[in-house]
Design a binder for this molecule. Sequence first.
Ligand code: AMP
Length: 217
Amino acid sequence: MRLIFLGPPGAGKGTQADILSKSFAIAHISTGDLLREAVKSGSQLGIKAKGYMNKGELVPDELVIDLVKERLKNPNTKKGFILDGFPRTKNQAQKLDEALGSADTIEQVIYFSTTKSVILERLTGRRLCKNCQAIYHMKNKPPKRPGLCDICGGQLYQRDDDKECTILKRIDVYNAQTKELIDYYSKKSLLREVSGDLEANKLFDILTALFGQYNPA
Ligand code: AMP
């Protein structure tokens, strides 16, 4: 199963990709996570990417494309994968198609259509564990002990780009750059739309039903 989750930041793509990849035993490839790891490790890529990320801008295509191509070589993608946050531009989509070739094409693209007020509410309240990356929300999913992860006791933090002005910029960037992807995948008849405004449990049920009907040829 080779899937793409498309949608603005805060649409719930990461949460759903995380649960579904586990339930289908396929890889979850989040370019945001890969880039944050690169920043944390202080690699050349991380140093180049950091400035763009903090401003809410897209990291240049060539850096992200190489990162994804490298990740797709990992044997744990053989059974399938969910690409979360990639592609974000038409150029990335075309390069992905070239990299996959005709035998391993993308099978479904899920578009998480989401309203601005929901995105803002989710992202300004989002907190992550520094240690295990578990995701919390100050209102909807608060940790049992303030500031600490329920799973590993790690410290919770707010992503630099989850501040309101950066979120608004990220939504603008998304709307400007990613819209053409919707056309790109619609023309290939791969696009399915779900509401990213729904609660995680409801959306999970809808997606499971969608993929439950999935029958590879
Ligand atoms: P995300 O966690 O998907 O919201 O991504 C966080 C940030 O990483 C984005 O605001 C971009 O700066 C960068 N990023 C993630 N994925 C991509 C991509 N496919 N192309 C360019 N930049 C990306």
